[in-house]
Each structure stands twice: as structure tokens, then as C-alpha cells.
Write a protein that binds this ligand. Sequence first.
Ligand code: LLP
Length: 414
Amino acid sequence: MSERVTNSVDFYQGNNPQDLIRQYGSPLYVYNERVFREKCKTMKTLCPYSGFRVNYAIKANSNLTLMAIALEEGLKADVSSAGEIVAALAAGYKADDLFFIANNISEDEMKFAIDKNVILSVDSLSQLETYGRINRGGKIAVRFNTGIGGGHHEKVVTGGDDTKFGILTAYVPEVKALLSKYELQLVGINHHIGSQFAQELYIDGVVTLLNIAREFDTLEFVDFGGGFYIPYHKQDGEKAFDLKPVGKSLAEHMQKFSAQYGKELVCMIEPGRFIAAECGVLLGTVHAVKKLGAVNYAGTDMGFSVFARPTLYDSHHDVEVYRDGEITGAEVLVNIVGNQCESGDYIANKRLLPPLKERDVLGVLDTGAYGFSMSSQYNHRQRPAEVLIRVDGSVKLIRRRETYEEMLVNMQGL
Ligand code: LLP
């Protein structure tokens, strides 16, 4: 029986996935508040260092309700655009709670952050120069690229020469020159080496970034980025990684560093996936089954406009089957695909599942991060609704599905 992963954490808390689809439509993102809060707490208590601060990377999931819960749990936020600043402020965050990690932004977007009093990190000498020109004497942070990078796919590695991010360590003298030219105060340095990598790499990154921190004497914080690993292969028995040693080691490095630096700096991390991924299941419906040669296909309403990770990165997500009647029959290999007009449109390939039927509901697990936030209106399909299973088991609609009329509203005819 394939329901064991969600049962093991009582994900639905007495709610039936088919009923959720009947009530809120298909496809549907379902989040569990208890799981989300647990992940916030795990991160909040990760590192026994007094200046430890967790910034939730809201790019992973910027639903207002989830952002507000993270704030309630004591997290701050990492934002990556002016739009995310607007969203985070709407969720209740204060300017001080936000750190804007910018990449190739316009002068207007910089000015927006400056006007809102949100501290900004720039990641090229060129953007540092622009910032200095428009905000002489201001406070600024700089993102470095220390050459250390890792990730679940080459497209999410963010350290090293082959990525577009950060200022290489060799340019520290040029950074210093621009700081002094524009009388800027460098309040923080940061990096983010990638997502979902072997966790020992995180500490390599910490050591390397702290070495750069020694070059500057005005710092108030150091930010080591996100990237914490979550187990996507739970049906194969994959367990969560024990992050406590990482937290302990981070604290030791910070304490040692502070003693030498002569001041206790704030130590920030920016988990996105770790906080949001496991609280989410994407529910969708099988509308067609067929066989092409030896290959079984189950055609669903979960195209890559709804969930892009498999198409973009060949990401694995466990799939569960829900049916009103009994789920019977010997397991067969099946490709679960979407309804979009591209061959790359798939959710899972070669999965061993009982023979699927029309109207079966499928649950795609661990989709709370980079699920809705990367969805689109490709093929003029509506983005899904989102519901939250509250701690008491009740279900709350936290984003209604958009209408076709709303999708046309900003366009004019000839
Ligand atoms: N901080 C910065 C500066 C980032 O660029 C990111 C992610 C994070 C924090 C959070 O990383 P996390 O803890 O979630 O791994 N769409 C991809 C992931 C790309 C993440 C980009 N930056 C995916 O679905 O795997």
C-alpha cells in the first residue's frame, strides 16, 4: 500500500484527499501546519550560538499564511526581489526582519529596498558601484563566491566559476576600494553555495566565508545561506539527515571567530526547502491511462505549469495513490505525465504502482517548496488553489484558484 509515508506523519489528520479534491478542485496544493511549524522549530534550535538568526527563504513558498506562521515561530526572512519584499511586509514582517539577496537588479529595485529600509546584498562589483552612486554613505552587504558549490542538479549549484553568483574572493581589494570611494559601511557578507548537497560542504563554506569576514572590520552579520538537505526518497526508506552536528559545528566556528574578531556577529542561515518542502503534498487527478508499446502512461492534470521540478531538474518525488474503492492489482511500471503540450512534461517516470485508473487521485510528496512558487499559467492553465490543514485538523483555503477572467484582466485586445 503506497499511503505509508503520509500515514506515518498523519499528514491528512483525518481528511480524505479525494474529498479535498471534490471540495477545492484539482490539482490542489495541500499543506500541513503542524509539519511546517515543526520544521521552523528544528531550524530555530539548530545552532547553539546566541546571535543565531534563521531567515526563511520565502522563494520556496511565499503563501501569506505560511510566511505569517514562520514569523510567529520566530523566523525572519530572506527575500530575492522587490515583489518578495512587498509580500513579506504584507505577511507582517518588518523591514528589519528582511535581508534582500539581490542578483542583477535595476537601480529602481535597489531604490525600492533603500526606501523600505531593507538591507541589501549585492553580488558584483558593478552592482556595488551602482549602489554606492545612489546611496553614498549607506549600509550594504556583499555576496561572495568562494568557489565552494554543490547541489542536487547543476542548475542549482551557486558557487564556483560556472555560476553567475557572487564576487570572487580575489576581488576583496576592489570591494574595499568601492566601499571607501562611496563611504559605504559593509554590515554583512553572505554566500549561498547551492541546494540539497552533502551537508559537510556547508561547514567548508562556513570556514571559507569566515576567512573573508576577517578582511573587514565593520561587520554586524555573516550569512551562510540555505541548502539544507531533505529526504525525497522516503518510500525507499530514506531518513532525514541529522543536522545537529552541523549546527554544533557552526556554533563552534562562530564562537571562535567572535573571540578573534572582538565582537559577536549575528550568524544567519537561509533555509527554504527544509522549512517548506515536507509540509506539502500536491494532489492531482488521473484523467487518462494508456499504453504506448511497452510503456504505461497515466495522464494527469499536473503539468509542469503546476509543478515544474521534475521537468526542470529531473527531480524525484514520491507518489501515493488514493482511490474511493480498493486499490488492487500487481504493480506495473508507469510514467505519470501532465496535460501540457510538451514531451518534457512529466511528474514521475518508471514508477512501480498498482494499475492506475481514471479518477484516481495522486499525491506528489514533498512539494511544499518550489511547487506553487514556480508554477505558471502556461497553456492558460490556472495555477492551483492552496489549502492548509490546521493543527486541529480543520482545513482552510489559503489561496483560491484564479479564474480564467482574472488571467485576462491585464491584457487589452486590439
Ligand atoms: N538563499 C539564497 C540566496 C538562495 O538563492 C536560495 C535558493 C536559498 C537561500 C534557499 O535554498 P534552499 O534552502 O531552499 O535550498 N528551485 C530549486 C532550488 C533553487 C533555489 C535557489 N536559491 C529547486 O526546486 O530545487
